[in-house]
Design a protein around this ligand. Structure first.
Ligand code: HMG
Ligand code: MG
Length: 298
């Protein structure tokens, strides 16, 4: 049976904005995070503490984290590729850090400039420091359903990274379809395998929607008992390493799906639709949420 409640992690402020060429003002980023938290998200991925040379859009992470209102019970997460990033996250009072590794060697090189094994070694002191300071740790496994360079990614490679993240002490692990190539059959195979390696209730689905499969994949993951999903308001985003890749699945569409299935999310869809309109207008991008557009037209 499918879960009766799920946690939706809103990743728009980070995954959705990180590839915007034009710098999005810190004030807009802060308003986005604040409005999302007010709409009921218990976890908002708010910034990255990565090299500004690699991802210039996220260079104001400290200012964003400093400017937001903190709601009790809301976790504000940030990406940290190394100890330097962790120090920034700690100073910024992040509630959760996100380490990210790939199930594909080629992608690891392009995204974080090192091999999978090297990346795990680099994350070790980061996770240890986070634990010491009582921060939650999430591990994100990129290219779990396919890679722009090597194409097919064996299920065993995904399980291998999940096991390494589990051994490091991750509290939650994301199975990410970075370039949105996955289909429901593969999604079930991957989740069926990773739930043998890590507790099901602490695994999440992070789907990009390039091939229009994200909602179907979420349903497939629900059938495997997965209770945590990532989404980006207005479907913001794209991937610089994969031509034509689109953003995360749109949050409004995921909420519409969950509402239809009678699955509790604790999030107000109408508020999220308004936030989707706000951010699309602010950055001059079309709103690609189907449910968002339909509800705005009403
Ligand atoms: P590098 O160039 O190999 O490392 O980058 P480095 O240690 O030589 O550092 C280069 C420069 O960056 C140095 O500055 C460092 O100080 C600085 P310089 O001395 O030249 O002036 N630096 C930093 N600055 C601020 N904060 C830091 C930091 N670290 C180094 N934390 C590195 C290696 C990992 C740093 C780099 O490759 C990087 O930052 N990569 C981040 C890539 C990224 O953010 N990708 C997008 C997020 S992942 C994602 O979107 C996937 C996900 O959504 C799931 C999915 O869909 O798959 C999560
Ligand atoms: Mg992503």
């Amino acid at each position: 049976s499918i879960p009766s409640a799920v946690k939706i992690v809103e990743v728009g402020p980070r995954d959705g904005l990180q590839n915007e060429k034009e710098f999005v003002s810190t004030a807009v980023k802060i308003e986005l995070v604040n409005r999302l938290a007010a709409a009921g998200f218990r976890n908002v991925e708010s910034a990255s503490f990565v090299s500004p040379k690699w991802v210039p859009q996220m260079a104001d992470g400290a200012e964003v984290m400093n400017g937001i209102e903190r709601r009790a019970g809301t976790i504000y997460s940030v990406l940290t590729p190394n100890l330097k990033g962790f120090e920034g996250a700690l100073a910024a009072r992040a509630g959760e850090i996100v380490i990210f590794g790939a199930a594909s060697e080629a992608f690891s090189q392009k995204n974080i400039n090192c091999s999978i094994a090297e990346s795990i070694a680099r994350f070790e002191p980061v996770v240890a420091a986070a634990k010491e300071h009582g921060l939650r740790v999430r591990g994100s496994v990129s290219c779990s359903l396919g890679c722009p360079y090597q194409g097919e990614v064996p299920v065993a490679s995904v399980v291998d990274v999940v096991e390494r993240f589990a051994a490091l002490g991750c509290d939650e692990i994301d199975i990410a379809d970075t370039i949105g190539v996955g289909t429901p059959k593969r999604t079930r195979e991957v989740f069926s395998a990773v739930t043998q390696a890590f507790p099901r209730e602490r695994l999440s689905g992070h789907f990009h929607d390039t091939y229009g499969q994200a909602l179907a994949n979420i349903y497939a993951a629900l059938l495997e008992g997965i209770e945590i999903f990532h989404a980006s308001v207005a479907g913001l985003g794209g991937c610089p390493y994969a031509k034509g890749a689109t953003g995360n699945v749109a949050t409004e569409d995921v909420l519409y799906l969950m509402n239809g299935l009678g699955i509790e999310t604790g999030i107000d869809l109408d508020q999220v639709v308004a936030i989707g309109d706000f951010i699309s207008t602010s950055i001059g991008r079309p709103n690609v949420s189907r449910a968002g557009k339909a509800l705005l037209a009403k």
